[in-house]
Design a protein around this ligand. Structure first.
Ligand SMILES: [Zn+2]
Ligand SMILES: [Zn+2]
Length: 315
């Protein structure tokens, strides 16, 4: 940057944000306009919504899903569709209560119906109880079971079930650009390309799967936070206490470090995935026909689904 003048938005106003990947300062108004435009473009390019859809929003009350709820509620003014929020209460002491409060309040403000599903009533145990059953590591900071893997399986299952029961045609998730880039890298680093192949949608069709959409998948996490702040959306700065045990947090740090040195890396990782996606789906699409879980009847690739395995194992 050459002069002080370039540290302003192109309109001449004081900037609210600097976008490193675009080498651009934007004022509040132009940032919000860019953000909204990108949201709508993502929805339309990836054909996520159509008139008359009933969209279940996975609403944790964290900043991403809350911004998603707001942006969808805005979009609904131009493209008529219904929204129902689905909140999963995992039962994580000192963490979930606060975000649950925000989720409830935001639904009230926007006049959106909310369904709450609890781990303990659906599976018999809160996440805390399930984790406490495992032996703790030597220094008392590592649960024996991997909480994020366990939680992820249960949450995905319950969101799909909740969406289906709410008669939703789509399930909208708040995953942001950072989440997507992490997921892509994690699947490569674990050599699980088949998981990448089904990241956007399952390889096999089943009318019991509600199609998942991720309208914020091209919004960097930092921009969701700033957008929420500028729009006066309540956000809670608490991280799930189990997050630090996850492989994801290692990948997050690595990606963030790389992004600082090579701005635009997160977009590049996700765009690389989009370019590979069709090929991956062709390669892995033929394998493993779907059957029904012998225990709960949900679609699965074996005889018993991952959810039932985990719940029955007492995990
Ligand atoms: Zn401006
Ligand atoms: Zn099952």
């Amino acid at each position: 940057m050459k002069t002080g003048a370039s540290a302003l938005c192109f309109c001449g106003k004081e900037p609210a944000i600097f976008l490193h990947y675009a080498q651009k300062h934007l004022c509040e108004g132009h940032f919000i306009r860019m953000f909204d435009k990108r949201f709508r473009k993502t929805v339309s390019v990836h054909q996520m919504l159509k008139k008359g859809d009933r969209v279940a929003v996975g609403l944790s009350g964290g900043k991403d899903s809350t911004v998603l709820l707001h942006s969808l509620a805005e979009l609904r003014k131009d493209l008529p569709f219904e929204i129902v929020a689905i909140t999963i209460d995992e039962g994580i002491e000192g963490y979930r209560a606060r975000t649950l409060g925000i989720a409830k309040k935001e639904c009230g403000k926007l006049g959106i119906e909310q369904v709450i599903l609890r781990f303990d009533t659906e599976t018999g145990k809160t996440l805390d109880e399930a984790m406490a059953r495992g032996k703790m590591g030597p220094d008392d900071n590592e649960p024996a079971a991997l909480p994020c893997t366990h939680c992820g399986v249960l949450r995905r299952y319950l969101l799909n079930k909740g969406a289906r029961q709410a008669k939703a045609t789509k399930l909208a998730l708040g995953h942001n650009l950072d989440d997507m880039a992490q997921t892509v890298l994690m699947n490569i680093m674990r050599n699980e390309p088949a998981r990448l192949a089904r990241l956007s949608e399952p390889l096999m069709k089943s009318d019991r799967f509600v199609r998942r959409i991720r309208p914020l998948m091209l919004s960097p996490e930092r921009e969701n936070a700033i957008y929420a702040m500028l729009k006066g959306i309540d956000i809670e700065h608490v991280e799930c206490p189990y997050a630090r045990f996850a492989f994801r947090s290692h990948v997050r740090k690595m990606l963030n470090d790389t992004e600082v040195r090579y701005p635009g890396t997160k977009f590049k990782v996700v765009n690389a995935f989009f370019d590979m996606e069709e090929g991956l789906r062709m390669q892995f699409g033929k394998a493993r026909p779907l059957s029904e879980c012998s225990s709960c009847g949900e679609p699965c690739s074996g005889s018993v689904c991952m959810f039932c395995k985990r719940v029955k194992a007492g995990g």
